[in-house]
Design a binder for this molecule. Structure first.
Ligand code: KG4
Ligand code: ZN
Length: 343
């Protein structure tokens, strides 16, 4: 098999992104360009992503982002082997913009279209950056998803556990909002936590020790609110201490739940080649640190893409498209955008 060159388009949330990736016949890959236009400023005043603003911004900027990605790759459209776009899950207005643009490009160039599941793209990024073979344990922690999945091949995903309420990224975002920190909450909470005392507030670790690797975050979020109300008005030191205590709870929860998932995977007779950390929360240094140890204790290693490939980007979509196309998988122009699309 020869090399594959893929354009990837990502528009499922508030990043407008496009990238070109090369997948070599031996299964390794290289990012030739990776352009991310973050709409953070457009949404900051609202404390979260406004879907209508997001989809209008994607319409305005996507053509330019794609043109920049192609220019930076040094390739022309005609030289590509396929056009990949995230077809969900996500905010449907944005998904429609990205997928429709990909369909138009595929139609005009007569190249195959690959409709990529955004979650699968997060899951497969570590194969691009770390050459992780199957099977592996995936911890997917983003703004909308918190899941532990046994991955045994492309399209072969067995969910071991997930959240019963909020996603972990969502818990970071809501905690930040509650404490008056800027959007997006994750990086703001992480920065404040560095200056705070993680031992000052005793916060709960829901589901600790339970034999199924599920998560529950809403009780933790409520506990932060109760502690904050008790000591309001909050000083900067209070906010830092609350963030540090919250992040310490998240780190404990993740470490306990991942240890549990590693046990469950072994009980299923699967030996994970790695613990793969994916999704925006994977950019958090405290989370990365603890999971290195959990993986090593569990007889495996942590594989985590660099922070800029943990948050949403086009390279992960292009790479997932390449992985699928290499196996002869592509889609018709009638493929539908999907707001919901479980792995
Ligand atoms: O994967 P992603 O970019 O978008 C989704 O598909 O959701 O993840 C975004 C989420 C947000 O909730 C954001 O607050 C969180 O990832 N996040 C972080 C950090 N950077 C981003 N959470 C904790 N620490 C961080 N450094
Ligand atoms: Zn994502």
């Amino acid at each position: 098999m020869r090399d594959l060159l893929l354009l990837g388009i990502e528009t499922t949330c508030d990043e407008t992104a496009a990238a070109v990736v090369r997948r070599r016949a031996d299964g390794t890959g290289t990012i030739l360009s990776n352009i991310v236009h973050s709409q953070t400023e457009d949404h900051a005043a609202y404390g979260g992503v406004v879907p209508e603003i997001a989809s209008r911004a994607h319409v305005e900027i996507l053509d330019h982002v794609i043109a920049r990605a192609l220019r930076a790759s040094g390739l022309a459209l005609a030289e590509l082997d396929g056009i990949a776009a995230a077809a969900g899950p996500g905010l449907i207005g944005g998904v429609i913009v990205g997928l429709t643009t990909a369909k138009a490009l595929a139609l005009a160039t007569r190249k195959p279209l690959i409709a990529v599941n955004h979650l699968e793209a997060h899951a497969l990024t570590a194969r691009l950056t770390d050459k992780v073979p199957f099977p592996f344990l995936l911890l997917l922690v983003s703004g909308g998803h918190t899941q532990l999945v046994a991955v045994t091949g492309i399209g072969e995903y067995a969910k071991l556990g997930g959240t019963m309420d909020d996603a972990i990224g969502e818990a970071f975002d809501k905690t930040a909002k509650m404490l008056g920190l800027p959007y997006p909450g994750g990086p703001a909470v992480e920065r404040a936590a560095l200056k705070g005392d993680p031992g000052r507030f005793a916060l709960p670790r829901p589901l600790h020790g339970k034999p199924v690797p599920d998560f529950s975050l809403s009780g933790l979020k409520t506990a932060v609110r109760i502690e904050a109300l008790k000591i309001a008005p909050l000083s900067e030191e209070d906010v830092n201490d609350l963030c540090a205590s919250f992040q310490a709870a998240i780190v404990d929860i993740l470490s306990d739940r991942v240890r549990c998932a590693l046990r469950v995977m072994r009980q299923k007779g699967l030996k994970p080649s790695a613990l793969v950390l994916a999704g925006g929360v994977g950019a958090n240094q405290a989370v990365r640190r603890v999971l290195h140890k959990v993986a090593a204790d569990g007889g495996t290693r942590l594989a985590v893409p660099p922070p800029e490939l943990c948050t949403d980007n086009g390279a992960m979509i292009a790479w997932a498209g390449a992985e699928r196309l290499a196996r002869g998988l592509h889609d018709g122009l009638d493929v539908s955008p999907r707001a919901r699309w479980p792995l």
